[in-house]
Design a protein around this ligand. Structure first.
Ligand code: GDP
Length: 321
């Protein structure tokens, strides 16, 4: 075992940070090193919790309060982010650490902003590998935060054991605004800001979503009361323990019924195919391949060879490469 590997296994935060930087690098020598590192690390299982919510719903405030609740119970918590907009906005949702000031100073917490890469697939891979690194470093809970942009929720759900949707109190009309697909992948809906003037609206919102969830197809792999909606306040801390109890209950239920491991197995299969697809696409971008693509494209345009024939020639060459 080399220094970096043993550092991670010992739970050394600097080693963990360095390793995450390594998996985020797109240099090919770094990639080879990252792949080797990941295969060397022992498999430790943390609970991976995906958390999605639009900007302003209170994700940072929630993660800070929820994270402190968990570290208060002696758990080690890592926070990662998938923010496909981070390159465009020039910063990441977690870049500004002052937003989680208490948690970032907590010795049992580790916060890592979203890698700044334009391409969502790339960000997803890095985050997934960062999850593995945090697990190997001994973290018990991995929170993976994402803003509801594009396909980012689906990606985060594909790397989480539980997927939580954070919502703000809202009138009935806005319920329609939440995409059905997201409701379908949510295991727990938390209606945040259930405090002060917003308390009543929050309770009504919880009831609205509970109703909407009941109308959805029941999942064979969950207890009948799930997915469910509950109110929380990241400000006052109300409902956070109950939310945590719900997550624990669902995770244990899935473990006992074999669904937990099955889900991870399906995710592994999904990521294998995603990596393969990404790898093949990357091959198409290589200079020699591009030249050949150009040459075949010209031949197709001149009518010397059919598009289908040219494609199979190209695939054959890729297969030999
Ligand atoms: P994010 O963009 O989802 O990370 O949201 P933030 O955590 O930055 O919060 C957005 C705004 O909502 C801030 O002004 C917070 O102070 C406020 N906020 C967050 N949680 C609560 C809460 O539980 N109750 C109330 N009343 N406001 C909250």
């Amino acid at each position: 075992m080399d220094e970096l590997t043993s550092g991670i296994v010992a739970g050394n935060r600097r080693a963990l940070s360095r390793a995450i930087t390594l998996v985020e690098s797109s240099r090919s020598d770094h990639r080879a090193r990252a792949v080797a590192l990941l295969s060397e690390l022992p498999d430790r299982k943390a609970l991976r919790i995906g958390l999605s919510g639009t900007p302003g719903v209170g994700k940072s405030t929630f993660i800070e309060a929820f994270g402190k609740l968990l570290t208060g119970q002696g758990l080690k918590v890592a926070v990662l982010a998938v923010d496909p907009s981070s390159t465009r906005s020039g910063g990441s949702i977690l870049g500004d650490k002052t937003r989680m000031e208490l948690l970032s100073r907590d010795p049992n917490a580790f916060i890592r902003p979203s890698p700044s890469q334009a391409e969502l697939g790339g960000v997803a891979r890095r985050t997934r590998e960062a999850v593995r690194l945090c697990e190997a470093a001994g973290f018990d809970i991995i929170l993976i935060e994402t803003v509801g942009v594009g396909q980012s929720e689906t990606l985060v759900a594909e790397m989480s054991d539980l997927f939580i949707l954070l919502l703000a109190p809202a009138g009935g009309d806005e319920l329609q605004g939440v995409k059905r697909g997201i409701m379908e992948i949510a295991d727990l809906i938390l209606v945040n800001k259930a405090d002060g003037d917003l308390l009543l609206t929050a309770r009504r919102t919880v009831a609205d979503y509970a109703g909407a969830l009941r109308l959805m197809r029941k999942r064979a792999y969950d207890p009948p009361e799930f997915p469910k909606a509950v109110p929380v306040s990241a400000y006052t801390g109300d409902g956070l323990e109950k939310a945590w109890e719900n997550m624990g209950y669902l995770a244990n239920w899935r473990r006992e019924h074999g669904h937990f491991d099955r889900r991870r197995a399906e995710q592994a299969r999904h990521w294998f195919l995603a990596e393969l697809r990404a790898g093949l696409l990357a091959r198409l971008e290589e200079p020699t391949t591009r030249q050949e693509l150009h040459r075949l494209g010209d031949a197709v345009a001149r009518g010397e060879i059919s598009p289908g024939h040219a494609a199979s020639q190209m695939l054959e060459q890729l297969g030999q490469g």
